[in-house]
Write a protein that binds this ligand. Structure first.
Ligand SMILES: [Zn+2]
Length: 298
């Protein structure tokens, strides 16, 4: 970290404007300042924002679009005190204090172990093909501003499982052997009967439409632009294909009980592209429910 940056942080701590920065040029953020949320920050167009912890440790860099908007996803475990600076020093920094999540831990029993992990050669091959399709779809990004108009519910029904809790699956296989696996629930489940219409929560470009992935079942990936991608799983009908452009509210297909499920529901997840890295493993999921309360921007 440069000495200049340390001085800048010191000045912010004392509430003074940074040297050489016009008072009216300050980074300003709206959105959901919550762990797992999403921020829209306005800053000098074409620049780069640096998201740091309160001690100045840089966590990621996010480009500012030509219209002056930067979209910043927040991790489920994000540090609560954030400092957002303009890398080139053209705008005064913003400090944010996030609301903390309190996600419970759940154990889910009675699972069919043969669906927990692919076991037979045929299952492994199916899971392998599915993995490749998903990786390719996650690597494909489109321009778009669908997320800036806010999000609507992709289907109407009660939420059966929120984003965030760690879930431990316990079950028994056909051979009587127990099995278990633990994962964080990274989507928002809506309990709806098989065949219920699923619509696009925001406009976007379809990057994957497949009726039969091994774990996910009928699957649609929808790229809203700004590095935000919706994922819809366990569908019984998939009515869109990669390359299709859809408007908010347009039909994507119907909900189902396909893939690794314990009952009919829609799993809706939203992944944020982390522009700091070329490794897509650095991308992460944010909380879809928080997006439903976003105010439109731009
Ligand atoms: Zn789910």
């Amino acid at each position: 970290m440069l000495l200049r940056d340390w001085l800048l942080i010191g000045l912010i701590w004392f509430g003074l404007p940074a040297p050489g920065v016009a008072e009216d040029t300050a980074i300003s953020c709206s959105g959901q300042a919550v762990q797992g949320g999403l921020l829209f920050c306005t800053a000098p167009p074409g620049g780069t924002l640096v998201v740091s912890g309160s001690k100045g440790e840089a966590m990621r860099e996010v480009p500012v679009a030509e219209d002056g908007l930067a979209t910043i996803g927040l991790r489920r475990t994000e540090a609560l005190d954030l400092l957002i600076t303009d890398k080139d020093g053209w705008a005064a920094p913003a400090t944010l204090t996030l609301s903390a999540r309190e996600d419970p831990f759940r154990t889910i029993t009675g699972l069919d172990c043969d669906k927990v992990d692919a076991r037979t050669e045929e299952q492994k091959a199916h899971a392998g093909r599915s993995w490749v399709k998903k990786q390719n779809a996650f690597k494909t990004f489109h321009e778009g501003a669908g997320a800036r108009n806010g999000f609507i519910r992709p289907s109407v029904g009660p939420s059966s499982s929120p984003f965030g809790p760690a879930r431990k699956y316990v079950g028994v296989g056909k051979d009587g052997e127990p099995c278990e696996s633990t994962s964080v629930h990274r989507g928002y489940d809506i309990a709806i009967p098989v065949g219920t219409e699923i619509i696009a929560p925001a406009a976007g470009t379809v990057t994957l439409g497949d009726p039969d992935l091994y774990y996910e079942g009928g699957t649609v990936f929808l790229d809203h632009g700004d590095g935000l991608k919706s994922v819809f799983l366990h569908m019984s009908e998939v009515d869109v294909a990669a390359g299709d452009m859809v408007d908010a509210g347009q039909r994507l297909g119907a909900s189902g009980n396909t893939g690794r499920t314990t009952g009919p529901h829609l799993h809706w997840a939203v992944k944020w592209r982390n522009p700091s890295s070329d490794d897509r493993e650095a991308d992460f999921y944010i909380d879809p429910a928080l997006l439903l309360d976003l105010d439109p921007v731009g």
